[in-house]
Ligand binder design. Structure first.
Ligand SMILES: *[C@@H]1O[C@H](CO)[C@@H](O)[C@H](O)[C@H]1NC(C)=O
Ligand SMILES: *[C@@H]1O[C@H](CO)[C@@H](O)[C@H](O)[C@H]1NC(C)=O
Length: 636
């Protein structure tokens, strides 16, 4: 009752558009408009297919799109393309140029965007436009404060009619909601609900700027992960690596949580007690990402999991505590990428081609800062040819030779970072963009000319060139002795590298085992929620298969480490790690069987919890031991 009254109060704030005398625009008419709004996550996505007809006598070269100002302020992303397909077949062209405009004699509180048509629309002709718009902060939590036990309800507002500066002949709107409760919604004639979809229309023959406010109040337990600021540093090291470091300031942007938080309640029934909490975040990193870490103010967190295939690397990170509405956290992730995947050469210039934004799934970023820097580290690795080294000291020549190309406008400038290694400082390219959504995660390019030995014609460069040559010669003469390929130390080094590679593989296998355990745990949580024993058993079967395969993969690696003298120091720890993981595996399996059995025998929830409590303690302790061992081995 309380929410319903509240909602009608809320409805008073629905924006309305004052209709002035119908402005004379152009001779365009929209013969058909299909609008779809997706409210299935915190990011509101909207597509519209517009059939545009020129009923006048002159060529028209622009089409105006209108949004209520209140919506436009949340508009993060807008693209329009010509749909050249016939019937159901969709063939979209490139995105058309869009410009913010303010035409005269228009109703107030409406924002306009002008879309330029590539060829213009001749009298009597028509074309179809595909519009896609993405909005942030467009779902308002209502009530604004909830307790841990409450579900999160939100309100969305729009118009049942397409707001258009042109008359619209036929139109319809469909709103897709999450598969959950619909608390209330504006009912007009011609409103239908199919499952989690609300349909308005068709409406026929409406004049320009027709407007009919609607509000939808519904359950949305999707995590509202909102980064108030993300700073990404992309460091190009010509030694073969691109190092990415991302700092996040995150807030749960959903309904504010009130009352006490009970971790016990949350752990016992996470889906009921804290349904809208942020429990984890997923990042999709490029393939071949390596040395991934995740840390917060306190230190490295090992409760992150990594999966990879040839197309991507998926990182799942779990903050130290589940985040409820209004809670904040700050953390950093870092990873390395192979340079050759992102740095290319063209016409005497090098260019970086890499994605602009954060790899986090469904994250809203209020402010994104991207910095591109060039590594000044010259860690002369003895495994490289020193003469080759002098050619690798590559830094951009000077700020004026750097150019940046972005797929959409961003604020950009250059800074200089001085360090003792540089002659006149290293340039830093800075990009800044507000209101960022996953759609912005496109490739951008930084082009630069570079300094290398062949450019020694300039006298100043000559001096620094000699300096590098000098260093290179010293290194070369020394290296000559130390890296002669048959020497004992060279062989030892090579063996050690092989051992390290094997250990890394062992760790990656253990990580995959841990991830499989987590999936089993998740299947138990699902079981407590849905009671679906068969699904839980199926999850177990998959996990059994996976773990068996992983154990097979592990065998040759262990055999290699056991046979390699270079591994003798670290071997006990690795064996310990494998043994501990095995024990953990057995415990997790036993717990899983216990719970599934209990469910089949329909034991009471309390009984199950009691029986599992002891097992859980051992599992937690073993997990910690495994984590500690991994950390220890990592530091070798
Ligand atoms: C965290 O891990 C990364 C990569 O493994 C490492 O470089 C860093 O030093 C670690 N930081 C701490 C505080 O342990
Ligand atoms: C950048 O990389 C992407 C993905 O590999 C590719 O589609 C795009 O054409 C590249 N851009 C340039 C300018 O090379």
């Amino acid at each position: 009752m309380e929410t319903e009254m509240g909602f009608s109060r809320f409805a008073l704030f629905l924006f309305t558009i004052a209709l002035l005398s119908s402005p004379v625009l152009s001779d365009l008419v929209l013969s058909k408009v299909d609008r779809r709004i997706y409210l299935t996550s915190q990011i509101v996505r909207y597509t519209a297919t517009l059939r545009v007809e020129n009923e006048g006598s002159e060529l028209v070269s622009e089409v105006l799109l209108a949004f209520p100002e209140l919506q436009a302020k949340n508009l993060a992303y807008l693209t329009v393309s010509v749909n050249e397909g016939k019937g159901k077949q969709k063939v979209s062209t490139d995105d058309l140029p869009i410009e913010v405009v303010s035409p005269k004699n228009m109703p107030p509180a409406v924002s306009f965007y002008s879309v330029t048509l590539p060829k213009g629309l001749a009298p009597g002709d028509s074309l179809t436009l595909d519009v896609m718009a993405v909005f942030t902060h467009a779902l308002q939590p209502f009530p604004e404060k909830i307790t841990q036990a409450d579900i999160q309800l939100v309100v969305f507002q729009d118009s049942a009619y397409y707001l258009s500066p042109y008359a619209v002949k036929v139109q319809s709107l469909s709103v897709k909601l999450p598969e959950a409760r619909i608390e209330s919604y504006t009912k007009l004639e011609n409103t239908k609900v199919h499952g989690s979809e609300i349909k308005y229309g068709p409406h026929e023959d409406l004049p320009a700027f027709s407007y009919s406010p609607i509000g939808i109040h519904f359950e949305s337990n999707q995590p509202f992960s909102n980064a108030q600021e993300v700073e990404r540093e992309i460091e190009i090291s010509h030694w073969g690596n691109v190092q990415i470091t991302e700092h996040y300031k995150l807030i749960h942007g959903g309904a504010q949580s009130k009352g006490e938080f009970s971790r016990l309640d949350f752990q016992a029934r996470p889906n009921v007690r804290g349904a809208s909490a942020i429990r984890y975040l997923v990042a999709t990193l490029p393939p071949r990402a390596h040395s991934v870490y995740y840390r917060d103010e306190i230190g490295n967190i090992s409760t992150s999991h990594l999966w990879s295939d040839s197309k991507k690397t998926e990182l799942l990170i779990e903050p130290r505590y589940p985040m409820f509405g209004g809670w904040r956290t700050a953390f950093t992730i870092g990873y390395g990428l192979p340079l050759q995947d992102f740095l290319f050469q063209s016409e005497g210039k090098r260019f970086l081609n890499i994605t602009l934004s954060s790899p986090m799934v469904e994250l809203v970023i209020d402010k994104l800062i991207v910095k591109v820097v060039w590594s000044g580290k010259s860690s002369f690795s003895s495994s490289l040819d020193p003469v080759f080294l002098c050619f690798q000291v590559v830094l951009p020549e000077g700020s004026k030779d750097i150019s940046v190309s972005t797929p959409f406008p961003v604020k950009q400038w250059q800074e200089t970072k001085i360090s003792h290694l540089d002659i006149d400082g290293r340039p830093v390219v800075v990009l800044e963009k507000t209101n960022v959504v996953p759609e912005h995660n496109k490739y951008f390019q930084v082009y630069y000319k570079f300094n290398k030995l062949s450019m020694l014609r300039e006298p100043l460069m000559l001096i620094s060139g000699f300096f590098f040559l000098f260093v290179a010669c010293i290194v070369y003469t020394r290296a000559d002795i130390s890296i002669s390929k048959s020497s004992a130390s060279y062989l030892a080094k090579q063996q050690w590298e092989e051992v390290q590679a094997a250990i890394q593989q062992v760790e990656s296998i253990i990580n995959r085992c841990l991830a499989t355990h987590d999936k089993l745990e998740a299947s138990l949580r699902d079981l407590s929620r849905t009671g679906d024993v068969q699904a839980c058993k199926a999850a177990r079967k998959t996990a059994d298969g996976l773990l068996k395969d992983l154990s097979k993969e592990l065998k040759p690696l262990l055999a290699f480490l056991q046979s390699s003298p270079s591994a003798s120091q670290i071997l006990p720890k690795v064996e310990d790690l494998v043994a501990k993981e095995k024990e953990l595996q057995e415990r997790v399996m036993t717990k899983h069987s216990t719970v599934v059995d209990a469910y089949e025998r329909k034991s009471a929830g309390k009984d199950i919890e009691n029986r599992v409590a002891l097992q859980q303690q051992k599992i937690t302790a073993l997990k910690q031991e495994v984590d500690d061992l991994m950390e220890y081995i990592d530091e070798i």
